[in-house]
Design a protein around this ligand. Sequence first.
Ligand SMILES: [Zn+2]
Length: 377
Amino acid sequence: MTIPVNRKHSLLAISFSRRDFLARTSCFGAYYALAKTIPLPSITASLGIDSRVSQTPLVDKGFASVRKIGNGLYATISDPTKGNATLSNGGFLVGKDAALLIEGFTTTGGASFQMETLRSVSQVPVRAALDTHYHFDHSMGNSFYGANGVPVWAHAAAAQRMVESYSPMQGADRGAVLAPYEKRVKDAKSDAERQHAQSDLNAITGVFQIANSSIIALPSHPIDPAKPASIDLGGLSAVLESHPGHSGTDIIVRVPEQNVVYAGDLLFNGWYPVAFDDKATISGWRGTLAKFAAFEKDTIFVPGHGQICGQEGIASIREVFDDIAAQAEKMFKAGVPAAEAAHRYVVPEKFKNFPIFAWGFTIGPAITKLYAEWQHK
Ligand SMILES: [Zn+2]
């Protein structure tokens, strides 16, 4: 069983007993233990030579920095090794008449930091804050925007997914939520399985802590995924488009006139992609990345996690998917069962510095989903 969210759902449905659990201790250390050993690559390693990207950040708080990447375009890049306020990347667009913020981040402190940085460059009204998808690290700080009268936009399915995924955790029995994950650590049949199970336990512990220390604020403006929406901020227009892959609720922000794309978690740059979501589709995701690869050669991408990049970042995540698919296909053809194959993937040398958020949220489900796609052919 490598899709922990299913266990979580069935478990939470029966575990509503309220009990005090240890108040929000800082367990993020274990949660991002792996990422902590792998610092964010410097900007010069990727886009340092692109004149659109400013060499010096506007502000650097450690946990995140904000940098100008175009005319009225800014990227907020998180470094989880230095703090947890944002965790995901984001950014903002500033036109003559209005601004658009991107991401609700993990905490209200993260959202507040981004708004404050926007205010340091412009006083135009904020049209909206967009959650690129519903995941906690892009949405749990939404209530800051709500309290400041900023409408929160997201994919039409995002609000419901937030309610289904995070509300049941609030006030739930911590031990009951974590028990199945602890059991998997205990029952592991090999060192690899034990390590994988431990990484999943760390991740779910982190999500539980965040859900229990956040006021969930739902997006107020649903974006119809069937219709790309244009937004005119005054001399700066952007297009909001839905693409399949990471969460079933993914929206990207494209600025066609400047070849800049805020890709959300459809792009993990230099990380293993998080693919656990019930609505994640590996074939759909690879198709989306093929489309991104066909964007202009000088496109700047702001990924959901990792450093800003150009087309080389798209090429790299496509290689990661190709490698996972190639290893999985060999095992599939050799008759290795899916559950076992999910643990047998070997990280190749060239990806050894790619953070893995947790095995059962990244590589494991990518393999079981590929198996499922092949079985249904
Ligand atoms: Zn995500």
